[in-house]
Design a protein around this ligand. Structure first.
Ligand SMILES: C[S@@+](CC[C@H](N)C(=O)[O-])C[C@H]1O[C@@H](n2cnc3c(N)ncnc32)[C@H](O)[C@@H]1O
Length: 512
């Protein structure tokens, strides 16, 4: 609700702008991979082909623009009902000269029925992140109608939402934050702060319906990090309602969507999600919806990231493996920083060095296709492209690429510089952002601080960690600034080869 009293948002927060952020699960290449792991045909995305991408509830458009800058052949459209968000997205597009992205102000409750929707191209991919469980039933129905009319047969939809039963214990917390917050005056970010203070007080008092729940402590950490506009959009909406996967699947069936996989790739591997006994129960069911419910009961999944296809076509295991073999992977960290363990709901699992060691070493040299990686000498096994891709990408240590990247073009360089100029602040250096990249088909996820450093280097500034730390941390103590300067030094040493390899940073930027 707007603090001015005009509730054009029908109960959704409209008086506080949402923060920019990049979520790699929305990248079409990542979604394609999820489809293959789910055993269904993905999209044929090539460096030459065009792709129509539609994001619903796009916020200030950072993710959509990063995809557009990285893929000049694609047509990217973002829709949001907040004029402030659409204005910010259009300004950033204009500033960076991006011409393959458009942003439309529209209310998803009725957008599907209006003239602008009729003129939209059929979409290959539609994504909505942070929207579904935060909006009312009429908006959800409008979203389903729009997907049904605009997603092409065989197209991919991505929907994230607060999931049940993961959220069950903390439903009271959300209600408390909203009720207490609304009794305070001012904008939604002030209200959420007031509401959370009441939660904090009751946690300290040992309130039974708060103190024991991990989500409550996550909430308090977010406040301590000053993320009030994020929290306002998360907690202050009238229609906020977490959902069971089975209900979302049923709703999406009206748009002829089939659920195919989780965009959290490790979640598609049942042995990583369920212990032996739970697996024995799950195997009694063929139906994937029932198996997902069992996974949701056994793990503490609070946010689901579901991938749907409009008319899923099943692949045989041989077809699936052949398609996975064509995938190109790029490593996201240096070999010596590779993590050889992963925490999964079924426990802590080791990443097998006998299999992954030579693969990681080869990828450290540069992007490679999965089928080439499986042909490397000295591998323990060669018949498991799904495991290879699932583990490397699922642990965020590699990403799928359209092709080997190349020197960043002008649009990519302009986008990265403008994003740094618009968004970097001393209090948001850890926010998850991305560097646009040339040739790879997908931006490189990174913290805000990377955006700052990469943009400075691209502008041919000499590395100056002390000066940059001073610029970013002028209100911090000398010791904190020194820590930041040391961190920037490490970042430059470790990340610049990667930025270069993945098409985010010019060779000339490193020769200053
Ligand atoms: C939590 S934010 C997520 C923004 C973006 N997807 C992200 O993850 O960064 C939800 C977005 O949905 C938009 N929104 C909410 N209700 C809407 C509606 N009925 N029609 C269009 N957009 C809506 C809000 O303005 C906001 O930008």
């Amino acid at each position: 609700m707007s603090s001015s009293g005009a509730d054009w948002g029908d109960g959704y927060v409209t008086d506080t702008a949402y923060l920019p952020g990049y979520y790699h699960h929305q990248s079409p290449l990542h979604l394609n991979l999820a489809c293959l792991l789910g055993g269904v045909t993905g999209l044929a995305i090539t460096p030459e082909s065009s792709l129509s991408y539609l994001e619903l509830g796009c916020g200030c458009g950072f993710g959509a623009l990063a995809l557009a800058a990285s893929n000049p052949n694609w047509q990217v459209t973002g829709i949001d009902f907040s004029p402030a968000h659409i204005a910010a997205a259009r300004d950033l597009a204009a500033e960076t000269g991006i011409v393959n992205a458009q942003f439309i102000e529209g209310d998803l409750a009725d957008f599907a029925d209006c003239d602008s929707a009729k003129t939209l191209p059929e979409a290959d991919v539609i994504t909505l992140h942070g929207l579904w469980s935060w909006v009312s039933d009429p908006v959800r129905a409008g979203i389903v109608r729009l997907i049904g009319r605009k997603l092409r047969p065989g197209g991919i939809a991505y929907i994230s939402y607060n999931a049940l039963p993961g959220w069950q214990q903390a439903i009271g917390m959300q209600r408390l934050v909203r009720e207490a917050g609304q009794r305070g005056a001012g904008r939604s970010d002030r209200q959420v702060e007031a509401g959370i203070e009441v939660v904090r007080g009751l946690v300290e008092a040992g309130a039974q319906q708060l103190s024991a729940f991990p989500l409550v402590h996550t909430l308090l950490e977010h406040v301590d990090r000053g993320q009030l506009s994020y929290l306002a959009h998360e907690y202050m909406n009238a229609a906020w309602r977490p959902c069971f996967h089975a209900d979302v699947v049923r709703d999406m069936a009206a748009a002829k969507l089939d659920w195919v996989a989780s965009a959290e790739l490790l979640e598609n591997f049942t042995p990583l999600m369920l212990g032996e006994q739970a697996r024995a129960v799950a195997t009694r069911f063929e139906d994937p919806v029932m198996r997902e419910l069992i996974k949701d009961m056994c793990a503490s999944r609070c946010l689901r990231r579901d991938v749907f296809v409009r008319g899923a076509r099943r692949l045989s295991p041989g077809e699936r493996d052949a398609a996975l073999g064509e995938v190109t992977l790029g490593l996201l960290r240096s070999e010596d920083r590779f993590t050889w363990e992963m925490d999964v709901p079924a426990g802590r699992a080791a990443i097998e060095r006998g299999f992954f060691g030579p693969i990681v070493a080869a990828l450290a040299e540069g992007p490679r296709q999965v089928r080439d990686l499986l042909a490397l000498p000295d591998l323990l096994r060669r018949d498991n492209p799904g495991e290879l891709v699932g583990v490397l990408v699922g642990t965020n240590q590699a990403m799928p690429l359209l092709a080997p990247p190349h020197e960043p073009d002008a649009a990519v360089r302009r986008f990265n510089s403008a994003a740094a100029r618009c968004f970097v602040r001393s209090d948001n250096l850890n926010t998850g952002m991305a560097l646009a990249s040339s040739g790879s088909g997908a931006p490189l996820p990174c913290p805000m601080l990377d955006l700052f450093v990469a943009a400075r280097l691209e502008q041919r500034e000499r590395p100056d960690s002390a000066g940059w730390a001073n610029l970013l941390g002028s209100i911090q103590s000398a010791a904190e600034q020194q820590r930041l300067a040391d961190f920037i030094d490490r970042l430059i040493a470790e990340r610049t080869p990667l930025w270069r390899q993945l098409g985010c940073l010019s060779a000339a930027a490193l020769s200053v």
